[in-house]
Design a protein around this ligand. Sequence first.
Ligand code: CIR
Length: 267
Amino acid sequence: MARLAFTRAVSPALAACELTHLERRPIDPVRAAAQHAAYEQALAELGCRVERLPALPGQPDAVFVEDTAVVLDELAVITRPGAESRRAETASTAAALAAHRPLRFVEAPGTLDGGDVLVCGRRVFVGLTSRSDPHGIEQLRAHLAPHGYTVAGVPVTGCLHLKTAVTEVAPGLLLLNPRWVDPRAFAPLACLEVDPAEPMSANGLRLGERLIYPAAFPLTRARLEARGLGLRLVEVDELAKAEGAVTCCSLVLREAGGVGPAPRPAR
Ligand code: CIR
């Protein structure tokens, strides 16, 4: 399966990022950029063609491109990020995605961050967080329903985004922190819990059979490996100080490749 991953360079102003649940600590943008480059290398190794969106050096959080769009095989929905400081990031995402997908837009007063949107086949779960509100969720539902997707709002407490609390690590298998999100919201999907000592460890980026996963979580990693999952580890601790993880640093599109419609979503 050909995949295209959009990324964006780390802003030199990363240390001025938005923070919601983390205390501000010094962030070294040079070290963050090196980790980001290694992350892009992992994307490439796992079969992605990596394309950088235009740099936005004045936007501290611009590296976290996931929040600016929700991309499915049939269309892309450009978000209206919940943090006002991040709204200027979406225009260049829209310009790049327009070459690949029909675009729809979340409009005021709705807010939606891509980090709150978990797609499992035709089921779409959206975190009800400080970033994504019922208006945004309703707009997403209206855009996706004609394509056969259901959209469900899911309460999240204690972390920034839904995908801080849960991601799909294999078809039908969720990795989840039950302190932040209720596993019953996803029934009948199977849930693997993170190790309680590693609350931030529920965020992995699945690419086909492999999972890009932070090296910082050995206990949860052991749980994933015990399930036979193939991990590609990355060091992202400098980006994590900005409340980001591995899904947030890319927007991954399946490329149609050849004639005919794009295949059905695998995630
Ligand atoms: C923010 O608060 O918006 C950024 N500092 C972190 C965004 C991380 N994005 C994500 O998890 N999808």
